[in-house]
Design a binder for this molecule. Structure first.
Ligand code: NCD
Length: 308
């Protein structure tokens, strides 16, 4: 039976730990001058992206190439999607070409869940609308794990996630994954950018950013998703930064040495000030490296039926 990675909802702590430990090993390969392993030799990985991406798409492509797979990319703008081909027909076409792993990003929540049962390829969700972005949360957790040094340290870890939670698939996957690992997740931002009933996912919700950041071990900013803001949910980016942006003063409320994270791309001076992005506590570049390692680990485990 093929395996898919559609989300972290329902994934067990043991499965998460296995992915993180595998990714840690993959990091050793990334640190070598010769980044080539035979793990996916002869396999074909296709990236099907209906939305823009720098980090996610490139890291899937590089991860596939580092493990000797055939890697190819297709974007909606350069494909027959422009001629009106449906997502299902496009995915089936790519599957018929011998795709073993289909990495998908789509603006519709649930799109990969529709495709997965229709193709023989393993489907990896690289972000579906406002739903989930599992490999992002896994790479965030890998970055934390490497700083914490143990899985036990996730117990009670205070993680403050600040920003546009409403439009964020990153926040949902992080909530599922971090809760499973035992962390204490706080979500803060303007009330208009908080999804209804988000507290039902088991998090503390507030519009008081300072109280969320206070004594946090990890502070994670979320991008204001300007492309998804059709109805002006906050007055201006300048005002947003003043009331909700993470700057040095706010970050100082967190625990000493707290990690500053952001999935990228960052709107500099909006959700984070430049001084904290480039400051000592920022692990944003480490997150990017973790992203390649996580994608290697996920594809390696999927190809062996060992993901879940
Ligand atoms: C995120 C996404 O696309 O959901 N980016 C990413 O994958 N690194 C977050 C975002 O776009 O804000």
């Amino acid at each position: 039976m093929k395996q898919d990675l559609l989300g972290l909802k329902g994934m067990s702590a043991d499965n998460i730990k296995n992915i993180l430990d595998t990714a840690k090993t993959m990091k050793l390969i990334l640190a070598q001058p010769n980044k080539k392993t035979p793990h996916l030799q002869g396999r074909t990985v296709v990236n099907l992206f209906y939305e823009n991406s720098t980090r996610t798409r490139m890291s899937f492509e590089l991860a596939a190439k580092y493990m000797s797979a055939n890697a190819a990319n297709i974007t909606a703008s350069g494909s027959s999607v422009q001629k009106g081909e449906t997502l299902i027909d496009t995915a089936k076409t790519l599957n018929a070409m011998g795709t073993d792993i289909l990495v998908m990003r789509h603006s519709m929540s649930g799109a990969p869940n529709v495709i997965a049962p229709l193709v023989s390829a393993s489907v990896i969700n690289a972000g579906d609308g406002m739903n989930e972005h599992p490999t992002q949360a896994l790479l965030d957790m890998l970055t934390m794990y490497e700083h914490l040094g143990s899985f036990e340290s996730f117990n009670g870890l205070k993680v403050a996630i600040i920003g546009d939670a409403y439009h964020s698939r990153v926040v949902r996957s992080n909530i599922y994954g971090l809760n499973t690992m035992g962390a204490d997740v706080h979500v803060a931002g303007p009330a208009t950018l908080m999804p209804q009933q988000i507290e039902e996912l088991g998090v503390t919700v507030t519009s008081d950013v300072d109280s969320a950041i206070k004594d946090a071990d990890v502070v994670m900013g979320l991008r204001i998703q300007l492309e998804r803001q059709k109805k002006g949910l906050f007055p201006s980016v300048r005002e947003y930064h003043r009331f909700f942006g993470i700057n040095e003063d706010r970050l100082a409320l967190a625990k000493k040495g707290a990690l500053l994270m952001h999935p990228g791309p960052v709107n500099r001076g909006v959700e984070l000030s430049s001084s904290v992005i480039d400051g000592e506590q920022s692990v944003i570049d480490e997150q990017v490296t973790s992203g390649v390692a996580i994608r290697m680990a996920v594809m390696y485990l999927l190809s062996r039926g060992g993901l879940n």
